[in-house]
Design a protein around this ligand. Structure first.
Ligand code: TYC
Length: 102
């Protein structure tokens, strides 16, 4: 018989299937980006309709921030970056960030 090189080999393995955390994309208010432009970016990058885009924009405008959507980390980061770059391209300080969900 061939001896196992491991003293007490484990015979069972506990399946570790933790779901990766979703990440929020957050819209941050500023004093310069036109409201229509914010709505246009929300529609283009996050597939929102007019009403939803307006609600998200006006919530950020009034409260300072608004959660736009939640995605897997890489998707959230890519969308936040692209949406922020859209603003930069037109000279606006429009800013999207991400943070993990609790
Ligand atoms: N506060 C901007 C304005 O009055 C509009 C705006 C809303 C800008 C939301 C950014 O995330 C934002 N023109």
């Amino acid at each position: 018989m061939v001896e196992s090189p491991v003293k007490n080999p484990k015979t069972t393995t506990k399946p570790k299937v933790e779901r990766p955390k979703l990440h929020k994309v957050i819209l941050i208010n500023d004093d310069y980006t036109p409201r229509d432009f914010v709505c246009m970016v929300l529609k283009a990058e996050f597939g929102m309709g007019e009403d939803r885009a307006y609600k998200v924009m006006i919530t950020a405008h009034q409260r300072g921030v608004c959660v736009v959507a939640v995605y897997q980390r890489d998707v959230a980061e890519t969308k936040a970056k692209r949406a922020s770059e859209y603003g930069q391209k037109y000279g606006y300080p429009l800013m999207f960030t991400t943070e993990p969900e609790e």
